[in-house]
Design a protein around this ligand. Structure first.
Ligand SMILES: NC(=O)c1ccc[n+]([C@@H]2O[C@H](COP(=O)([O-])OP(=O)(O)OC[C@H]3O[C@@H](n4cnc5c(N)ncnc54)[C@H](OP(=O)(O)O)[C@@H]3O)[C@@H](O)[C@H]2O)c1
Length: 163
């Protein structure tokens, strides 16, 4: 199973200036719970935005740059290679962004784990439009904002419609 994990606002916005748009500890915990113990695939810019390998997961970073090495991550030259390596480690693999990588992996993905943040924010990076002819929401759990989580948000699971 290949799963995309994303947190997006109401206009599908996901990032600005190579950073996230909000601080939602509950979403970070959700992300950790989903991905821990499984390989994660990300673009070079997302890796730089996080700044370090995420623990307890094989971090696979996609880049076209040559002669780039960093401790604790596997750097590959294509998405195909990233998926090939990830699948050797585990049947369940997670694609964690950013916008550029999401655009190229929607077609090879079986499931979307979306955090829909109830906000409308300035951004420079967006998630592709979710086509409801292709994707069906199978679960939704919503949370209200509180002193630590600045916006209302919903965890949504989408599965690919068969056929
Ligand atoms: N809200 C969320 O859930 C979420 C999740 C992740 C990221 N983000 C945000 O998204 C933004 C970053 O996204 P982005 O779209 O700018 O960048 P990105 O998708 O993280 O990374 C793009 C880079 O990946 C490499 N790449 C892409 N396609 C490739 C391919 N087919 N083969 C080889 N390498 C390839 C290239 O690296 P090189 O230039 O090194 O060749 C490219 O510059 C940030 O603002 C981040 O905070 C948000």
């Amino acid at each position: 199973m290949t799963t995309i994990v994303v947190a997006m606002g109401e206009k599908n916005e996901i990032g600005s200036d190579n950073q996230l748009l909000w601080h939602l500890p509950k979403d970070l915990k959700h992300f950790k719970d989903l991905t821990s113990g499984h390989p994660i695939i990300m673009g070079r810019k997302t890796y730089e935005s996080i700044g370090k390998p995420l623990p307890n997961r094989t971090n696979i970073v996609v880049s076209r740059k040559k002669d780039w090495f960093e401790e604790g991550i596997l750097i590959v030259g294509s998405i195909k290679e990233a998926v090939k390596f990830a699948k050797k480690i585990d049947e369940n693999i997670f694609i964690i962004g950013g916008g550029n990588i999401y655009e190229q992996t929607m077609e090879i993905t079986d499931r979307l784990e979306v955090t829909l943040v109830k906000a409308n924010l300035e951004a420079d990076t967006y998630f592709p439009k979710i086509d409801h002819k292709i994707w069906k929401m199978t679960e939704e759990i919503c949370h209200e904002k509180d002193e630590k989580n600045q916006y209302d948000f919903c965890f949504q699971t989408y599965e690919r419609i068969e056929g």
